[in-house]
Design a protein around this ligand. Structure first.
Ligand code: G6P
Ligand code: MN
Length: 445
């Protein structure tokens, strides 16, 4: 089986390859094709993968190319994990929003809109090429903002594109742990959009255990989201939100602490990864060791500012590894081998979550088999959550419209209508600021 990884020179690719090396079962991936427009990054990651494969019998063969069409031909699965504009672009997204006093974050608020506006045209081009060159391939989209990008691609690939995220899985795992059950014993009733979802109940042996969790301050204080949102607020909500909801419920504090920070997350990662890629140019440096060190540092600082704002303490050791690669591999296996499983994924709604329309990509538990991912019909969200989800989806749709038409006025609407952008004048200055620095936005006129 052949797996193509777009963004193949990306820093997280060794996580995926590591997971593939651990898969000994029938029908596993035997060939990995890395695609990246940057040959230097491909060389660096290829070195890391070669060191990972050292001594592993029948390790999947790895090839690398800068030619997108060549990478796609013959693929059974395509992992799309791009970062249009690179980490430099991410740092601009964050900085320009924060300078306006609004949230500058990779996927949420103004930063997420800017990132979406430059990523959607690229993702659509890829989707069109996949439809032409590898029409039977399944596309697993890691590219952020994942829900929006998956929806853009689904307009060309239908349900053959599935978006993934590690955050709902991580949340489910943490909740199961504090309840003292194994994750596979618990049905996590999670619903929303990517980075905008809530756990509304946790069924263990037919019983909802969420009320027990919400009633117990010690249990709530023993895991990340419990500390992040605080017992009182979680009890008022009657649900456990995804960690990204921190940006909505504590916007002012999040903006304040991001503005005070010495540098943004993107700027930190830009510097860190520049050192990693430069380091791998030295043949005397063991690339895998350097990668491991860099990764540990990255994970230890993930969303640290949110925990600091909330006084929530450090991230637990066992949550350090996000688990993207595990979700991706579980999904690929279930489809390739028809191994039925349930995973929380980003797929077209098809009536599963009211009041969103059938084409809207939502994040829900899905039954997965050889026919793909089928969202499990969900109870409607409470009104406050429906309000937020619909507002954010409306802003996302303006992004899709702007990417389709190239209209700057539509892009402005996307910013202005987002609940985390508090003035049309701010939105105007954001459009000016972002189009001035991002070559990937020059299509807006
Ligand atoms: C989580 C989210 C991803 C996001 C990542 C950012 O894993 O689910 O969607 O890309 O965090 O982590 P970073 O280390 O790049 O800040
Ligand atoms: Mn995510």
């Amino acid at each position: 089986m052949r797996l193509t990884i777009l963004g193949g020179g990306g820093f997280r690719v060794p996580l995926v390859y590591g997971a593939l090396l651990g898969d000994r079962a029938e029908g596993r991936v035997t060939r990995v094709v890395l695609h990246d427009p940057d040959a230097g990054r491909l060389r660096a990651i290829t070195r890391v993968l070669a060191e990972q494969a050292d001594g592993v019998p029948d390790a999947p063969q790895v090839t690398a190319t800068t030619d997108l069409d060549e990478a796609l031909r013959g693929a059974d699965f395509v992992f799309s994990a791009l970062r249009v504009g690179g980490l430099e672009g991410r740092a601009h997204d964050e900085r320009i929003a924060l300078a306006e006093g609004v949230l500058g974050q990779e996927t949420v608020g103004a930063g997420g809109i800017a990132y979406g506006l430059r990523t959607v045209p690229v993702a659509v081009d890829i989707a069109r090429r996949v439809a032409r060159l590898a029409p039977d391939a399944w596309v697993i989209n890691f590219t952020n903002p994942a829900g929006l990008v998956t929806e853009a691609m689904s307009r060309h690939l239908g349900d053959r594109v599935i978006g993934i995220c590690d955050s709902p899985v991580g949340l489910g795992r943490r909740i199961a742990r504090v309840l003292g059950v194994r994750p596979e014993e618990a049905w996590i009733d999670y619903a929303g959009l990517n980075h905008l979802g809530w756990v509304r109940s946790v069924r263990v042996a037919g019983r909802d255990e969420l009320p027990r969790l919400l009633a117990d301050p010690a249990l709530l204080g023993s895991f990340e989201e419990g500390r992040l949102f605080g017992a009182d607020w979680l009890r008022s909500l009657g649900a456990i939100p995804n960690e990204y909801l921190h940006y909505y419920y504590f916007t002012r504090e999040a903006v304040r602490s991001a503005r005070r920070a010495e540098r943004t997350r993107g700027a930190f990662l830009l510097d860190q990864q520049a050192r990693f890629y430069a380091g791998t140019g030295d043949p005397g440096v063991p690339a895998l060791e350097l990668w491991n060190r860099t990764r540990a540092e990255r994970e230890a600082t993930y969303m640290a500012e949110n925990r600091e704002t909330a006084g929530a303490g450090d991230r637990e050791e066992e949550d350090l590894s996000g688990g993207y690669e595990k979700v991706a591999l579980a999904l690929m296996r279930a489809i390739a081998r028809d191994e039925r499983t349930t995973l929380i994924l980003n797929v077209r709604n098809r009536g599963a979550l009211a009041p969103l329309d059938a084409e809207a990509v939502v994040e829900l538990p899905c039954r997965v088999d050889a026919g793909g991912a089928h969202p499990v019909p969900a109870d409607p969200l409470p009104d406050h959550a429906t309000g937020l989800v619909c507002a954010v989806k409306a802003a996302e749709r303006e992004v899709l419209a702007a990417a389709g038409s190239g209209s700057r006025a539509t892009a402005l609407k996307a910013f202005a209508l987002h609940p985390l952008v508090d003035s049309v004048n701010v939105a105007r200055r954001l459009v000016d600021g972002y189009t001035a620095v991002h070559p990937g936005l020059s299509y807006l006129t």
